[in-house]
Design a protein around this ligand. Structure first.
Ligand code: PLP
Length: 369
């Protein structure tokens, strides 16, 4: 038997925090149930363990982006799907995929007349109604029926014959900016569109949409990021629990004299006798290269600044002010004091991108399963 290799970097994923965040969102969205959006491997955290934990917590609706992602989660659920359980695919229906959806009981989110036609034809061929959601574009100009296709469907609702319409949905463009007038505009366009379509439950809010107030409530909320601890109300205290902690262990410590430079291109210069710690996490692990000289990690309570460039496999931190830190000590690159949102801010991106880029080389430890 060979021993497991030592882990130089560990990604802790707190499934209990994710379940608590789902509960919190359920209270935030009393008008209807709260789905879990688990696209991109549950925002990088592992779709199967996350889905298993959320099903145990009582979640009954899951969205992914791709059919393959829904198929990966499907074995966690009984066959056939119990009533009230929904597994839906946001990116819709590629030609030829209808049989795979129908066999697994997975619902496509139909976003064009062509997709509606494809799905309805398959339902007719099977001689039974098939479940689907209908996506209306109210301003994103990305996916969903555009206004001219909505007009056609409103005039010819028979195009939906054979489709068991689970929800009509739309997606908010700027929900994390409550003052953006596009929010109310989209809500109104959505209400008008629904009034022209066969009666069906509605789905509107993403994570931030759940915090826009009761006017943005619907029959099904669709949060993703907030489940994983990204702040859905930027600029205000984060109502969600942190779900990830990224720890990396010091490989080597260098004494660098004043004037000494660190890392590629020497973009950081010591101004005092400095102790520089090297840890095994770099941009290949999703620790962004744009953090050069911008971020910090934590040793216990103490912030230790990231110095120099982030390399592919390594990063360097100034531990001069943390004399207890030494070879083998653990630094928190993401943790209670250096949140996903803070790392994202310093990297010039958002928490979504930080989470979804978290690398495959970290040892992953699931807490609260
Ligand atoms: C990604 C996505 C969501 C979830 O968005 P969050 O901002 O992560 O909550 C909801 N609906 C659609 C259509 C999406 O693409």
């Amino acid at each position: 038997m060979t021993a497991e290799p030592s882990a130089g970097a560990v990604l802790e994923i707190d499934l209990q925090a994710i379940a608590d965040n789902w509960d919190r969102l359920c209270r935030q969205h009393p008008s209807g149930p709260v789905a879990a959006v688990l696209k991109a491997d549950a925002y990088g955290l592992g779709a199967v363990p996350v889905a298993r934990r959320l099903f145990a917590a009582g979640c009954r609706h899951v969205f992914t982006a791709h059919l393959s992602e829904a198929q990966a989660i499907r074995p966690l659920l009984p066959n056939p799907l119990p009533p009230g359980v929904m597994l839906a695919v946001l990116n819709g229906l590629w030609p030829g995929d209808a049989p795979a959806y129908a066999e697994a009981g997975i619902a496509p989110v139909l976003g064009s007349l062509a997709e509606i036609e494809d799905w309805a034809a398959h339902a007719r061929a099977l001689g039974r109604p098939l479940p689907a959601l209908l996506h209306i574009d109210t301003g994103m100009n990305r996916l969903g029926l555009p206004p001219e296709e909505l007009d056609v469907l409103a005039a010819e609702p028979g195009r939906l014959d054979g489709v068991r319409l689970l929800y009509v949905m739309t997606h908010l463009v700027s929900a994390e900016m409550p003052s953006d007038p596009v929010n109310a505009l989209q809500r109104d366009r959505f209400a008008q569109a629904c009034a022209r379509l066969p009666a069906a439950p509605r789905s509107l809010a993403n994570s931030s949409g759940c915090f826009l107030g009761p006017a943005f409530g619907s029959d099904l909320a669709r949060p993703g990021a907030a489940l994983f601890g990204v702040n859905p109300v930027p600029g205000q205290p984060n109502p969600m629990r942190a779900a990830v902690r990224l720890r990396a262990r010091i490989l080597q410590v260098r004494e660098v004299p004043p004037g000494g430079r660190v890392g590629y291109n020497g973009v950081w210069t010591a101004r005092r006798p400095s102790r520089i710690a090297t840890v095994p996490a770099g941009y290949a692990d999703g620790y962004p290269r744009s953090l050069a000289n911008q971020a910090a990690a934590c040793f216990d309570e103490q912030a230790v600044p990231l110095v120099g460039r982030v390399s592919m496999d390594l990063s360097t931190f100034d531990i001069t002010d943390a004399p207890g830190a030494t070879v083998g000590s653990w630094l928190d690159l993401i943790g209670p004091r250096m949140t996903v949102d803070e790392v994202a801010h310093r990297a010039g991106t958002n928490g979504y991108e930080i989470l979804t880029q978290l690398g495959a080389r970290y040892r992953r430890a699931y807490l609260g399963a």
